[in-house]
Write a protein that binds this ligand. Structure first.
Ligand SMILES: *Cc1c(COP(=O)(O)O)cnc(C)c1O
Length: 356
């Protein structure tokens, strides 16, 4: 018997969340963003939930090939484009659309002389200052791309820096000004803009995190009013129980001290499973369906919980680390991070199954 920890991936939750995005951006087509192996879920596992998407967007060429091999016939977008000549060959062979954020990438495509023109997403840096052409050089970049052999359709693209907490208008105005009168479709919105900035929906939205039921802002309260479903459950069991006396401490650094007599449960889950080590005392967790809190330091293979609200819990009691009841955003914010990171960090040693 291995340790009792297990993760569950729910493709029907992804399907449900995708429908919600569709309803919120009814005029737009949807790229389902599945980079980083579908935000740690495994592309193959979420794939059955993606049928209704118009395209699949990701970064890794190898992941793109896997998606084609799963039978996906609709578009696939490489969000960071190509890096080598052989990438262009693969993009051509598998019919991939590629983001193009610098002239070096355009030159790679031209030099590879593809027989079938490759569609590109020409990326503007409208203020994020990571990738893309500056607004003032965008039109020239578009002209060069348009007159390049081997390049097919050009879609105009940018990415927002703070769609989750502020305005996107400062970037949208930049983007609209620099693309005025340019033909082609537009794609600018990530999850946050798809949820909260309808003026930015345009032709294609690019939701990632909402498909997995977490908040783009990292705050579960921001998505309380929409019925997203968690696409990942991390579950384990109690493998030990300690009766603590007032003044006793638990775990490394004696970081939690009992104020009165209490029972502590020991959960088979630690940071080597992907649970955040920085999750503070008080992080929500459920035991036998009862919400309680973690206490003390998270260690490599174990963490400890307050059993005061669940006096009947004992060895073998079921623990939800995150999922339907324990919001991954709440665990993340208690550890000063975001749901995205926890999903992506699920450790290889955790067995994963697909369930509804
Ligand atoms: C990751 C990514 C997205 C999706 O972002 P979410 O915040 O997960 O919705 C959209 N567009 C680009 C270019 C990305 O890299």
């Amino acid at each position: 018997m291995p340790r009792p920890i297990n993760a569950y991936v729910h493709p029907d939750a992804v399907e449900h969340n995708l429908q919600l995005v569709r309803r919120m951006a009814p005029e737009s087509r949807v790229w389902a963003v599945v980079k980083a192996n579908a935000y740690g879920h495994g592309i193959e596992r979420v794939f059955p939930g993606l049928n209704a998407a118009d395209g699949i967007a990701l970064l890794d060429l190898e992941e793109a090939v896997r998606v084609r091999e799963l039978g996906w016939k609709k578009p696939i977008l490489l969000l960071e484009g190509v890096f080598t000549d052989s990438d262009v060959k693969t993009a051509e062979a598998f019919g991939l659309t590629v983001a193009t954020h610098c002239d070096e990438q355009r030159q790679l495509i031209v030099a590879a002389k593809p027989k079938r023109p490759i569609d590109i997403y020409l990326k503007m840096n409208s203020g994020m200052n990571r990738l893309g052409f500056a607004p003032e050089s965008y039109r020239a970049a578009w002209d060069r791309a348009r007159s390049s052999d081997g390049i097919g359709n050009i879609t105009l693209m940018t990415h927002f820096a703070n769609a989750d907490e502020g305005s996107v208008d400062w970037q949208l105005e930049e983007f609209d000004r620099a693309t005025r009168n340019l033909p082609g479709e537009r794609s600018v919105s990530n999850s946050a803009a798809a949820l909260w900035h309808p003026n930015a929906h345009r032709d294609w939205v690019r939701p990632g995190i909402v498909l997995y039921g977490a908040s783009p802002s990292g705050q579960s309260k921001h998505i309380n009013d929409i019925q997203l479903r968690a696409s990942m459950t991390l579950q384990s069991e109690l493998i030990g129980v300690q009766a603590m006396r007032a003044g006793d401490t638990v775990g490394y650094a004696r970081a939690y001290k009992a104020e009165s007599d209490m029972r502590i449960g020991v959960v088979a889950c630690g940071y080597a499973d992907g649970y955040p080590r920085h999750a503070a005392t008080g992080t929500p967790i459920s035991v036998d369906g009862v919400m309680t809190r973690t206490v003390g330091r998270v260690s490599m293979d174990m963490l400890t919980v307050d059993l005061t609200p669940c006096p009947n819990a004992g060895i073998g009691s079921k623990v939800e680390l995150w999922g339907e009841h324990v919001k991954i955003d709440d665990v993340a914010s208690s550890a000063n991070t975001i749901g995205y990171e926890l999903m992506c960090a699920l450790a290889r040693r955790v067995p994963v199954s697909v369930t509804s």
